[in-house]
Design a protein around this ligand. Structure first.
Ligand SMILES: N[C@@H](CCC(=O)N[C@@H](CS)C(=O)NCC(=O)O)C(=O)O
Length: 254
């Protein structure tokens, strides 16, 4: 019995939802409100995920945290639909992609996502109030929220993020020369883990990062979107633009 604590629009949750769907694994979908209600910061949830983030998988009572770790766990425990190469060198290549995707674009995507989606919540709030209600209560995101502050990430931070997304697309484009997938013929966890990040950029209106520049990335994204697992993951209401009115990524100073 699989239970997934997750949030509809969370890119990390979407990575795991695609993986579960590809493997045809049914699960109990426990959707948390990580916005206003902050259900991911309640004591009961922190008992299973002390990081206070989604997703968390519970498999027959056993807890697994962190989206990439959960995907690899699912691959090992439910290998019938293979999403990783059997060759160890190829598997290492996939893991190198996964680490890069966590370190660079996963972190980069948060900056425009927060500036455009979540910042309007703090309009007019002073720093002391913001620190009290937001940054101080999060086990691993305190400093991230503090850096953002009630008026958002600075222009330089947003620009650096977009540059990192551009570099990610460049790298993807080069790999896709030997496609159709990032590792070549086989569709793997590397494709799954980057897909929600690309989809988020598209949702934020930033697909010009690859469109017209990296046609192989555009084709890959179209192939991704055509997969039933992708469509199942991005159900109605799973994209930020569907429930938030998006602000510009970079706020021009008055
Ligand atoms: N490394 C973790 C990161 C998870 C993460 O950052 N989740 C976000 C949603 S995508 C979250 O729960 N944020 C809560 C917050 O900002 O307080 C993973 O991959 O599972």
């Amino acid at each position: 019995m699989l239970v997934l604590y997750n949030a509809a629009h969370s890119t990390c949750s979407q990575k795991v939802r695609i993986c579960l769907a590809e493997k045809n694994l049914s699960f109990e979908d426990r959707r948390l409100d990580i916005g206003k209600a902050k259900e991911h910061l309640k004591p009961d949830y922190l008992k299973i995920n002390p990081n206070g983030v989604v997703p968390t998988l519970v498999d027959d009572g056993k807890v697994v945290v962190d989206s990439s770790v959960i995907c690899e766990y699912l691959e090992e425990k439910y290998p019938a639909v293979a999403l990783a190469p059997s060759d160890v060198v190829e598997r290492a290549r996939m893991r190198a992609w996964m680490r890069f995707l966590e370190e660079v674009p996963t972190a980069a995507v948060r900056v425009p996502s927060f500036n455009m989606g979540f910042l309007p919540r703090y309009a007019g709030m002073d720093r002391a109030t913001f620190e009290g209600v937001e940054s101080d209560v999060r086990p691993i995101r305190k400093q991230f929220y503090r850096r953002m502050g009630p008026s958002g990430f600075k222009k330089e931070d947003v620009r650096a993020s977009l540059e990192q997304m551009g570099n990610t697309c460049l790298r993807m484009d080069a790999a896709l020369e030997h496609g159709p997938w990032l590792l070549g013929e086989q569709y793997t966890l590397a494709d799954i883990i980057v897909a929600p990040l690309i989809d988020r950029m598209a949702d934020l209106g930033m697909s010009d990062i690859w469109e017209g520049r990296y046609p192989r990335v555009s084709d890959w994204y179209a192939r991704m979107q055509a997969r039933p697992a992708f469509q199942q993951t991005f159900y109605r209401g799973a994209r930020m633009s569907e429930f938030l009115s998006l602000a510009p990524a970079i706020k021009e100073e008055a």
